[in-house]
Write a protein that binds this ligand. Structure first.
Ligand code: HSE
Length: 295
């Protein structure tokens, strides 16, 4: 069975650790086969240098968590074709963790629901990020926009995706470790900022339900996390200004960075934003990659 496992954008500005969306056309591929031999064997990895031992590989660990629960009378072999660069901030480890559990669940006749698959995939994600968060995994499994209402017990809400929504992603080729990007955040936040932030999360969810692009745009702001993390991303303020000037609804850090996303209404606007960002970043000496995808 051939699987497409999508890249995802976590946080979506105001929704730190709870909101995420999935990119329709950017992602990894996997081929999964049932075997008589029990256990999980990773037989091929292309794209990036990652461990073959199941216990040390994100896709392997999530698959093993599923196998532990399903106890099937067979095993599986997995081929991984990675397109999403590890550490890029668009859910590379989540895509690996999700692909294996989604595929194995299909081959077993779907014994598990999407929330259970999210739980298994979180075990794999934890290997990569040292903490169990589901804001990249949930959108990769449920599709579109998701909100992780709680991790323990796990409760994921699938939110509606308004038509013609596109994301432009720029990935500056610098390394930002999620652990580092988390360690610079304050342990406590100011009440006034918290009020602004939860008002934005609420209105963003409402905007998705009502396809209100103006409200969506006014909600895509982060007064809690971005002020700290943007210092890790060169030219972030210029990128944001350029994206908004060229018609983006909003622009923010994708997950813990270094990728930066812009949300756009319509493919033409997304292309204009991509062009402007590319021109701007080409003037720097930092190599970068860009993606454009429908959500
Ligand atoms: N919500 C997480 C963070 C995503 O921002 O740290 C990390 O990929």
């Amino acid at each position: 069975m051939k699987i497409f496992s999508p890249a995802t954008v976590a946080n979506v500005s105001c929704g730190f650790d709870v909101l995420g969306f999935c990119l329709e056309s950017i992602g990894d591929e996997m081929v999964i086969r049932k075997t008589d031999e029990k256990g999980i064997r990773i037989t091929k990895i292309e794209g990036f240098d990652l461990p073959f031992e199941a216990e040390k590989n994100v896709a392997g660990v999530s698959a093993l968590a599923l196998m532990e629960a399903a106890k099937p009378n067979c095993g599986f072999e997995i081929e991984i074709y990675k397109n999403i660069k590890p550490g890029s901030g668009v859910g590379s480890s989540s895509a690996s963790a999700v692909g294996s559990v989604f595929g194995i669940n299909e081959l077993l006749g779907r014994p598990f629901d999407k929330t259970q698959l999210t739980n298994f995939a979180m075990k794999g994600e934890a290997l990569a990020s040292q903490c169990e968060h589901a804001d990249n995994i949930a959108p990769a499994i449920f599709g579109g926009f998701t909100l992780v209402k709680s991790v323990t017990p796990l409760e994921v809400l699938q939110l509606p995706t308004p038509a013609n929504l596109f994301a432009v992603i720029i990935h500056p080729q610098i390394e930002i470790k999620t652990s580092e990007a988390r360690s610079i955040l304050p342990k406590q936040i100011d009440l006034q900022k918290a009020i602004t932030q939860w008002s934005n999360v609420g209105s963003l969810v409402h905007a998705l339900h009502t396809s209100d692009y103006g409200l969506l745009s006014r909600s895509l702001s982060d007064v809690v996390v971005e002020p700290y993390r943007k210092q890790l991303i060169p030219h972030f303020d210029d990128l944001r200004e350029s994206a908004l000037k060229n018609g983006a609804l909003g622009c923010g850090i994708s997950g813990s960075g270094p990728s930066v996303f812009s949300l756009c209404h319509g493919r033409e606007t997304a292309k204009n934003v991509a062009r402007a960002i590319k021109t701007l970043f080409s003037k720097t000496d930092i190599p970068f990659e860009m993606y454009l995808s429908r959500i």
